[in-house]
Design a protein around this ligand. Sequence first.
Ligand code: NAD
Length: 372
Amino acid sequence: MNSRRDFLQKLTASAIAIPFLSSVRAWNEPIHSADNPQGSVLRVALMGLGGYASIVAEAMQKCKRAKITGLISGTPAKLNEWGTKYNVPEKNRYNYETFDDIKNNPDIDVVYVTTPNALHHDQVIRVARAGKHAISEKPMALNAKDAQEMVDACSEAGVKLLVGYRMHFEPKTLEVIRMRSEGEFGKIMFFQGQSGFRIGDPNQWRLNKALAGGGSLMDIGIYAINGARYMIGEEPIWVTAQETKTDTVKFKEGVDETIQFQMGFPSGAVASCLSTYNMNYLDRFYLNGEKGFAELQPSTGYGPIKGRTNKGELTQPHITHQTLQMDAMAGIILDGHAPAVPVDGAEGVKDLKIIDAIYAACASGKRQELNI
Ligand code: NAD
């Protein structure tokens, strides 16, 4: 813990030079604040009881600071099954017509939205209007304009909006960020991010533009975008991008199969990334600096993450990502902690500005300037 604390202290100082990183507290440091002397627990309602919600729900069983107190689903049988399994009383179970009533429910602090991408915008805004904090899964919305509307609605309602960027709490990832921010790799020159998998069932919502907002870039390429930003520690100022499609039946108009994209950063560093729904074994980050390198592979899967730098193998422990994330988010929401790498709505808007620009670059064939 000492080296982590040193890192956190140094990070606070280096945040002046690197605006990307702000002051932090370790996810598992004991929490004592005037408002919350005993350390309280974040009471979470899960919305959209699908594949990812199941992973979050199981991971939350090990949380010290977050617990499931509400459920929102369109399927009565799931509400019953999950309600029994996670001990959520009937009065805290809602469907998509009734969930605005959470405003009268003191058992719920925050709603975690894990529905298909296109639904996040309206659902988060309804949660905010019910006076509850919101966590939206990635991508936060279908474009930067919608994402900004979510940020504005939460700000108007006086509630917090976070995005489920679980890698921002992952120990090996944070170690690479620490090393980079302390100059151990020297001047950063290059990042490579490869994010992809071969998608199955052609009828799933991920291949439906109306629900997914696009294809691989919205779903998995976003990890390379977000990763380039936290690995390099800067915001990109331009993108170029090229799309290739080998299967026009599975990947219909507006649903991208494979996109290669490049980003330029103010320091002169460049990133070269691949996002695809048509290749397996693509989950790799590589960061190159004048004095060293870091490689993470796998870099963003559920783990264990593996990695090495020019100084040797990364040995930080694997802890279930969503357990770390939800405990850390309790600290952010209840105690105002600032994580090493932000997970707020503004962070989600930045990724969507880049996604908008990548799609525009694919369509026009031209470099897009970015102002993030
Ligand atoms: P899923 O299909 O397994 O679950 C989606 C849930 O939403 C289902 O329970 C479905 O019934 C419900 N739903 C509500 N309204 C719906 C509608 N109109 N159409 C279709 N389904 C509807 O999907 P998932 O894999 O759980 O993904 C959900 C969200 O979580 C996505 O935004 C995805 O990008 C994100 N996700 C994030 C991670 C991560 O590691 N952070 C991993 C997987 C998924």
